[in-house]
Design a protein around this ligand. Structure first.
Ligand code: AP5
Length: 218
């Protein structure tokens, strides 16, 4: 299965994709996580991406396309994958079509996570993430707090706050989403592979909704 998640920043894509990836045993390719890893490691991609990410605008298309061309060809993606954060505009969507054609694959379903815009800033600014890359569990100081402040329930590592999770940068990220990414909803709807999920409410119920939607298709 090849699954793509769409949704505004803070819609819960990462939270649900991590669970789904474990449940279906599929690779989870998060563009944001891959870019943050590259920034942390100081690779040429990371050095190029950092200033764009700090401002909350899109990193140039060619960086993302090269990154996903390499990732999608890896053996761990052979049986399918979950895309989270790529593509993010129509040009990237066209490039993804070409990459998939070369691999003789197509998207099985596009899950669009719908959340009221007014909730997103609070969700993003309260997010905390486990600093251990192998774990990467996500929390929220109000909606999903860890048992011990700033400590991951799963692996005991310290939780971190993303540097772009502040109100000023979030405002930009939401504007960029509306202008660049929202048109993808129509793009995939026209292909009849888009399914919209209510991303508000209980995380377990949202996950069950996603599973139901996927099961209908396979
Ligand atoms: P990226 O890391 O992809 O950020 P984003 O799209 O802004 O998405 P988020 O990670 O903020 O949100 P999410 O939907 O995953 O929410 P989460 O599950 O964590 O991108 C960062 C930057 O990288 C971009 O600004 C850009 O510069 C660059 N970039 C990335 N991809 C690119 C591309 N393709 N092209 C160019 N540039 C690119 O949840 C958020 C919070 O809400 C958490 O605290 C969580 O615990 C909580 N939460 C989740 N579900 C619920 C719920 N049901 N109820 C209550 N709280 C909830």
């Amino acid at each position: 299965m090849q699954i793509l998640f769409l949704g505004a920043p803070g819609a819960g894509k990462g939270t649900q994709c991590k669970r789904l990836s474990k449940h279906l045993d599929l690779a989870h390719l998060s563009s944001g996580d891959l870019l943050r890893e590259a920034v942390k490691e100081g690779t040429p991609t990371g050095l190029k991406a950092k200033s764009y990410m700090d401002k909350g605008v899109l990193v140039p298309d060619e960086v993302l396309i090269a990154m996903f061309e390499e990732k999608l060809a890896r053996p761990e993606c052979a049986k399918g994958f979950i895309l989270d954060g790529f593509p993010r505009n129509l040009a990237q969507a066209g490039s993804l079509d070409q990459l998939l054609e070369k691999l003789n694959k197509q998207l099985t379903v596009v899950i669009n996570m719908q959340v009221d815009f007014n909730l997103l800033t609070e969700r993003i600014c309260g997010r905390r993430t486990c600093g251990n890359k192998e774990c990467g569990s996500t929390y929220h100081i109000k909606f999903m707090p860890p048992k011990k402040d700033d400590i991951c329930d799963v692996c005991g590592s310290a939780l971190t706050k993303r540097s772009d999770d502040n109100e000023e940068v979030v405002r930009n990220r939401l504007k960029v989403y509306e202008k660049e990414t929202e048109p993808l909803i129509e793009y995939y709807d026209a292909r009849l592979i888009l399914r919209t999920i209510d991303g508000q409410g209980d995380v377990d119920e949202i996950f069950s909704d996603i599973l139901r939607t996927i099961k209908v298709l396979v």
